[in-house]
Design a protein around this ligand. Structure first.
Ligand code: URA
Length: 435
């Protein structure tokens, strides 16, 4: 087959600061997916995009071209509104687990296609796989049935959804081209638009444990994604939320499931409850459900009922206790005072090295490895108090986990004790509106 463009011309256009024509974008994305454009050519183009940027029109076209490489799901036959949430990833971010059943408890269907963790941020599927028997891979028909019967499904995105993104994301991961707003926005939104949700709430994380380290960058990413969703007919809004310190007390896999179950039982850490309830409110508003307080369904057991049905529908044992790791070390306060820093990145890297995360795609993660916080940012401590415990299934991992805490913040350490800490604000800003 004769190709209608040449990859080198497309690369040169962007390298020299030009705007890619619609047909250049359609062709290069499709040709890369077909294997006609080589990895080295696409990595060069990705680097040119990272350095030169893209116009709003280019980003929209790029996103549409990625969607066109695969299938689009359609939930219009369900007879219910659909709403989904996407987080850009953080440390201790287990919010999807209580959120999906909570929203389903109000009659809104939640088709939540999730991913696995890579690097220091955890993955929702890895966490749920701590539950014995739970299955991440569902066919489109199984997903549809579960949405009809239970109202919520959390599962792996099938290989048919935006295959261009799967290939491009793996390439970006090894070519230093992940941190690029047009590429992140089009990657996330191509999958979410293809998934067929009617309403989407984005949780854009800001801080050391997130992709976006400052609020301005996060606002730009959020606005780009909200525009893409809105233009594609998906009601899209974004909350910008703090990721300078971990969410909740549990960072890992099994321990995050246990903490989510506490939230579904009406307890759990205040920050996890606050963010779960705010995101639920936003999703429900987007789906047309207003005048309700989502906190009620956490307190009265409706969200827990939906959770049990969701887990059991995917083969999981909702009553299984999470295992304890055999090797545990304590990290104690070195002085009296207030915790002024509990760095998300440092704690995230420690949990990752302890075995909660993977170094390479395809590696297994350890169910009971991770970190448990016993004190949080702003809490008063006395010298010798246990601030956190490190847990691992593999004893030889422990020294590297401890080292991650010392190395954090350019060697200043993940934990700092001082005189006073400013009050933590979880929700920093919002972009767009769900209604
Ligand atoms: N998550 C994605 O799906 N894609 C990106 O580019 C970054 C985060």
């Amino acid at each position: 087959m004769t190709e209608r463009h040449d990859a080198v011309d497309v690369i040169r256009t962007k390298r020299d600061g030009g705007t890619l024509a619609d047909d250049q974008i359609d062709w290069v994305v499709d040709a890369y997916t077909r294997g006609v454009v080589a990895d080295e050519q696409m990595s060069s183009l990705a680097m040119a995009i990272l350095q030169r940027g893209m116009t709003r029109e280019e980003i929209a076209r790029w996103t549409a071209a990625m969607i066109a490489t695969g299938e689009r799901l359609d939930f219009s036959g369900l007879g219910k509104a659909t709403a989904d949430k996407h987080s850009t990833g953080g440390v201790g971010d287990k919010i999807t687990l209580p959120l999906a059943p909570l929203v389903a408890a109000y009659g809104v269907a939640v088709p939540q296609l999730s991913g696995r963790g890579l690097g220091h941020t955890g993955g929702t599927l890895d966490k749920l796989e701590s539950i014995p028997g739970w299955r991440a891979a569902l066919s489109n028909e199984e997903m549809h049935e579960q949405l009809k019967d239970v109202g919520a499904v959390i599962c792996a995105a099938g290989s048919g959804l935006a295959p261009a993104d799967k290939k491009l994301y793996a390439l970006r991961d090894v070519t230093g081209t992940v941190e690029c707003i047009p590429l992140i926005a089009s990657s996330i939104m191509s999958k979410k638009i293809a998934e067929g949700t009617g309403c989407l709430v984005l949780d854009v994380k800001v801080g050391t444990g997130a992709f976006m380290k400052d609020l301005d960058q996060a606002r730009e990413l959020a606005a780009t994604m909200v525009d893409l969703g809105t233009d594609a007919g998906v009601k899209t809004s974004a909350l910008l939320t703090d990721m300078s310190t971990p969410l909740g007390l549990a960072i890992g896999n099994g321990n995050e499931v246990a903490e989510s179950v506490e939230v579904l039982a009406g307890g759990g850490p205040a920050d996890v409850i606050e963010l779960t309830v705010e995101l639920a409110r936003e999703m429900l508003a987007g789906a047309g459900v207003t005048g309700v307080d989502p906190a009620d369904a956490l307190k009265d057991g409706r969200a827990m009922d939906a959770w049990r049905r969701m887990i059991e529908a995917q083969g999981g044992d909702a009553d299984a206790a999470m295992p304890d790791a055999p090797h545990v070390e304590e990290v104690r306060a070195e002085s009296d005072g207030v915790i002024t820093r509990l760095d998300a990145l440092g704690v995230g890297v420690a949990a990752w090295r302890l075995g909660a995360g993977r170094a390479r795609q395809g590696d297994a993660v350890e169910v009971s490895s991770g970190v448990m916080l016993h004190k949080t940012l702003g809490e008063r401590v006395s010298k010798g108090d246990v601030i956190m415990t490190l847990h691992t299934e593999t004893e030889t991992r422990m020294p590297r986990g401890l080292q991650a805490l010392d190395e954090a913040c350019d060697g200043a350490g993940a934990v700092e004790i001082g005189d006073s800490a400013p009050e933590r604000q979880i929700i920093l800003d919002r972009v767009g509106t769900a209604t």
